[in-house]
Design a protein around this ligand. Sequence first.
Ligand code: FPP
Ligand code: MG
Length: 297
Amino acid sequence: MGTTTFELFSKEYKAIIETEIIEYVKKLQAPAVVKEAMAYSLEAGGKRIRPLLVFAVLEAFGENLRRGIAAASAIEMIHTYSLIHDDLPAMDDDDLRRGKPTNHKVFGEAVAVLAGDALLTYSFQLISGMSEPGVTAEMKLALVDEIAKSAGVEGMVGGQVADMEGEGKQLTIQELEYIHEHKTGKLLTASVISGAILSGANEEQLQHLRNFSYHLGLAFQIRDDILDIEGSVELIGKPVGSDEGNHKSTYPSLLTLQGAKDKLEHHIGLAHASLSKTALETGLLNELTDLIANRDH
Ligand code: FPP
Ligand code: MG
């Protein structure tokens, strides 16, 4: 099989974001230890799905992809901060993330908390400081608004709190969906909408892209739950079977494994349908969607 356009795109833009995001950290005038802790988790790998979504949306609009570097980096920084804090003893108390010792295991809890705080605040500095040609003050304000809402208490933080409150309880499917839509889905949506804002999307396109992101986010999480049962430790970089061990409500536990797989198909179908309504060049976004549905890590 030849290399697809998507494979070329993801390889190229993964490399770009991984270089640029570290450059942003290097530029900071700050104590070395916090810069090292920020860089440690940014460099720990990861699929870079959120940055790739920003770039794939710009591509769909025929925009210059380099316009998305700051926003894509900002969102990846927020994602990374959330993982650092999620792994802390006060939250999930995990020793391993992406196959490596977690941030607090290497730098200590206090520095890990502050590295997370620094990534979150720096992300907004990157947005306000954007100076790419064609990026207007209105666009920057819209990015701040979208990303702040998605990361904040009406988004990821709210989802995380609901997740903590649901621990050890049998949740309804609606409660489980609220958690995932907020904890994971909102930042994925922010990635898509950021690409759209930077492309000057109209209201109708934004709405179809929001619908797309909603289904993509749930599909992403259902796949995560399935991988916790069927996945390989080597590929995922964390133990499998942890959800069952922690008595967590998951799609397979509420719907059976087959039921979860059917629901995944359902959301992937609706994600593609939403994309087709945008009338944009959505080849890369379609491939990214299938990749999320079939990913093994
Ligand atoms: C894996 O993403 C991460 C998620 C599915 C999100 C989990 C959400 C939290 C931990 C929110 C925590 C919030 C706070 C405020 C502490 P991924 O599969 O893209 O990971 P990768 O970057 O390693 O590929
Ligand atoms: Mg957690």
